[in-house]
Design a protein around this ligand. Structure first.
Ligand SMILES: *[C@@H]1O[C@H](CO)[C@@H](O)[C@H](O)[C@H]1NC(C)=O
Ligand SMILES: *[C@@H]1O[C@H](CO)[C@@H](O)[C@H](O)[C@H]1NC(C)=O
Length: 291
């Protein structure tokens, strides 16, 4: 052996650094289609590491908050409490379950810092570790709150994030890919969010289009280097019909895109909209071994 040559283990260590790639998980949205099966069925697939229950689509501005789980159950009459056992079942498999607030249809806004404080208390008592006589998802304690803010006022979400983080729960967010996000930009800059599943769809300037990965990869680099967050996820439609644009064929994702974005230490995995479309299309099954 020549003098000054590196011992074999050290050589492998350097090679690993050069080709360094991080492992991730899949996050899924569940709740907006009655034909997508139960929460337990989704978790039993073994494909998902995070489930966002969607949506609490009415809150703030002094309104009585409302949960909407489409055809799954009727929150006011108490039929959604059956999902308490499902939530615990998912959590027993190590899956983190968050409540997603907001969504594309609803009535929500935060009129003041005081309003944000009230909403944080409501969320804590109704879905997290607090107590309330009215818990639409029963006594299961969710792991955190996901912000999918797409309408209404842009104000005060940073305060809601701060109040919720005081309860030591996980915070997720689903901004659109243009930076800064219109509704969540200020909140994200607090650095309080653990999981940021960026919607890389319906926005051609920062998404995959016509076989071209350039805009997507450039946007990913901006998100992972300029937005302070625990982990960043590549949010995608699980089928072409799940979004207006931005669907990526599974083979393109696994061969051209994941190998590039997994080099970022901020990479957390892939988020899919939604469980219904994933069930139809089998997208998570096609990509899971590469995520
Ligand atoms: C916050 O909650 C308190 C107590 O329920 C209530 O008196 C107050 O009007 C609420 N503030 C807002 C802005 O909704
Ligand atoms: C891909 O998109 C980028 C950015 O819009 C553009 O500069 C480039 O020419 C495109 N590549 C191809 C092969 O069309």
């Amino acid at each position: 052996m020549a003098k000054n040559s590196y011992p074999l283990p050290l050589l492998f260590f350097f090679l690993t650094l050069i080709g360094s790639s991080y492992a991730g998980g899949i996050a899924i949205y569940w709740g907006q289609n009655g034909n997508e099966g139960t929460l337990s069925e989704a978790c039993a697939t073994g494909k998902y590491s995070y489930v966002n229950i969607a949506f609490l689509n009415k809150f703030g501005n002094g309104q009585t908050p409302e949960l909407n789980l489409a055809g799954h159950c009727d929150p006011p009459s108490g039929t959604c409490t059956k999902f308490s056992a499902d939530i615990k079942d998912c959590q027993s498999k190590g899956i983190k379950v968050l409540l997603s607030i907001g969504g594309g249809i609803g009535s929500y806004s935060l009129s003041s810092v005081e309003d944000a404080r009230n909403v944080s208390k409501f969320l804590w008592n109704t879905f997290l570790g607090g107590k309330s006589s009215s818990r639409p998802l029963g006594d299961a304690v969710l792991d955190g709150i996901d912000f999918d803010i797409e309408l209404g006022s842009t104000q005060n979400y940073e305060h809601l994030a701060r109040f919720l983080k005081n309860y030591r729960v996980y915070l997720g967010a689903a901004p659109q890919c243009p930076i800064p996000d219109k509704y969540l930009g200020t909140a994200l800059n607090t650095g309080l969010f653990d999981f940021v599943w960026v919607q890389f769809y319906n926005n051609p300037p920062c998404a995959y289009a016509n076989g071209n990965i350039t805009n997507l990869v450039n946007s990913w680099k901006r998100w992972t280097t300029t937005v302070p967050a625990g982990k960043i996820f590549l949010g995608l439609p699980a089928a072409t019909v799940a979004a207006g644009s931005g669907f990526i064929p599974a083979d393109v994702l696994t061969s051209q895109i994941l190998p590039v974005i997994k080099k970022s230490p901020k990479y957390g995995g892939v988020m899919l909209w939604s469980r219904f479309y994933d069930l139809q299309n089998g997208y998570s099954t096609s990509i899971i071994s590469s995520v």
